[in-house]
Design a protein around this ligand. Structure first.
Ligand SMILES: NC(=O)c1ccc[n+]([C@@H]2O[C@H](COP(=O)([O-])OP(=O)(O)OC[C@H]3O[C@@H](n4cnc5c(N)ncnc54)[C@H](O)[C@@H]3O)[C@@H](O)[C@H]2O)c1
Length: 374
């Protein structure tokens, strides 16, 4: 732990100040999108330029915190502006396809929150629009950009785990508050896209292309109470193209037990070592070669960056991290992930899960890739 923090502090001290041109971001949808608008105060390579929401009250709230920005209730007006390089989309799941196509057609690069899309039709449309426009897109898979998951990934890439043999990921969260503020969650999407997109992306990130899924779904009492159309409890087995296996789990009507189980956990079993990253806690746990267990817990050290002091559980830090990461890739032409093709592939895995849970049979992912235009 100490060694890692010393190294981080050294990096901070020796970092060269950024002297390039910052990418300017216009945010669409100012509920969760407000987190980005505020979080952009900690980025280096990009900055907030504008905010757009149909609801004037959302704009008033954002203006109180960031009065200097341009605001509008009309998306078209934000897209017309020459001083915006990247449009960041935080509208309801079922609108992402349309909003991405419009941004590409206006010549903007795009950050789109998860899930990238929630229908095969939209997957095809955004791929075609990206090819026509040549513009780039990053899927805002926030969990990948949280400190504990970044440390876990760095150790994995450095070979600490040996070869990865099993992935176990979950995202569980009681969602009555979400149905109250966003009734579209019950009828216009599915918890596979809305919630399970986190563990499914993590599995895809580590295991590469997924060949087949087998899923079970059921509906909680809470889901039934809010008129949920699909399932809100899922258990999924996944098999990667190279034969490795994983499990993803989601429950969106449970009574949580924060003291023993974090909302999101990623458990990796390698031939040499095992590790687990957690969210909302910022713990990164792992074994050493001799079997000793280590827990890195930088929550209080990094709390000011990831959360706005008291709010443990928001996304300020992750959203800032992925915006800077994408801005750097756009400026330097470097590779980045997950881009649009990986995002559509992960959508296909989620769609396969939806079909598998509905039909109660295993579903192959490859035919779906062709259906989506990959
Ligand atoms: N971890 C994460 O990255 C994370 C967390 C929460 C939500 N999300 C995603 O963010 C998206 C938004 O979720 P939310 O909780 O903010 O939903 P929400 O229903 O609270 O807010 C959506 C906002 O979009 C606005 N909007 C809708 N259509 C618009 C249009 N045409 N033009 C301008 N504004 C429009 C609405 O007025 C509303 O303010 C969803 O796709 C959700 O899955 C991601």
């Amino acid at each position: 732990m100490r060694r890692y923090l010393d190294q981080k502090n050294e990096e901070r001290k020796t970092a060269v100040p950024f002297s390039g041109v910052k990418k300017r971001i216009g945010v669409l949808g100012l509920a969760e999108g407000r987190t980005l608008l505020v979080g952009l105060d900690r980025t280096v390579r990009c900055e907030a330029a504008a905010g757009c929401d149909l609801d004037a009250r959302r704009i008033d709230d954002a203006k109180k915190e960031r009065p200097q920005l341009f605001y509008t209730t009309r998306y078209g007006e934000m897209l017309e502006r020459d001083d915006i390089d990247i449009v960041a989309i935080y509208t309801p799941d079922q609108m992402h396809g349309d909003h991405i196509v419009k941004a590409f057609e206006a010549g903007k690069d795009v950050i789109c929150t998860k899930p990238l899309v929630n229908s095969v039709e939209d997957a095809k449309r955004i791929l075609a629009a990206s090819q026509r426009s040549g513009k780039k897109l990053l899927v805002g898979q926030s969990t990948r950009f949280f400190e504990s998951f970044r440390r876990q990934r760095a150790a994995y890439e450095n070979g600490h785990l040996g070869s990865l043999e099993l992935v176990d990921a979950h995202y569980t969260h009681r969602m009555d508050w979400f149905y109250e503020k966003s009734p579209w969650a019950a009828t216009e999407t599915d918890w596979i896209f809305l919630g399970l997109s986190h563990p499914v992306d993590l599995v895809r990130w580590y295991l590469g292309p997924i060949e087949e899924v087998e899923a079970y779904g059921s509906t909680s009492e809470l889901g039934r109470r809010y008129g949920l159309q699909g399932f809100d409890i899922y258990i999924v087995n996944l098999r990667a193209r190279d034969g490795r296996i994983a499990r993803a789990m989601g429950h969106y009507g449970l009574k949580e037990m924060f003291s023993v189980r974090n909302c999101i956990e990623l458990f990796l079993c390698g031939s040499k070592n095992t590790s687990m990253a957690q969210y909302h806690d910022m713990k990164y746990n792992y074994t050493l070669d001799d079997g000793t267990e280590v827990c890195e817990d930088p929550l209080y050290e990094l709390r000011h960056y990831h959360f706005n002091s008291e709010i443990h559980g928001m996304h300020y830090g992750e959203f800032a991290n992925y915006s800077d990461y994408f801005a750097e890739a756009l400026t330097n032409g470097t590779r980045y992930s997950p881009g649009i093709e990986e995002g559509v592939e992960t959508f296909c895995v989620m769609e396969a899960i939806r079909r598998s849970a509905k039909t109660r049979t295993p579903v192959a992912v490859t035919p779906l890739l062709a259906e989506a235009g990959l």
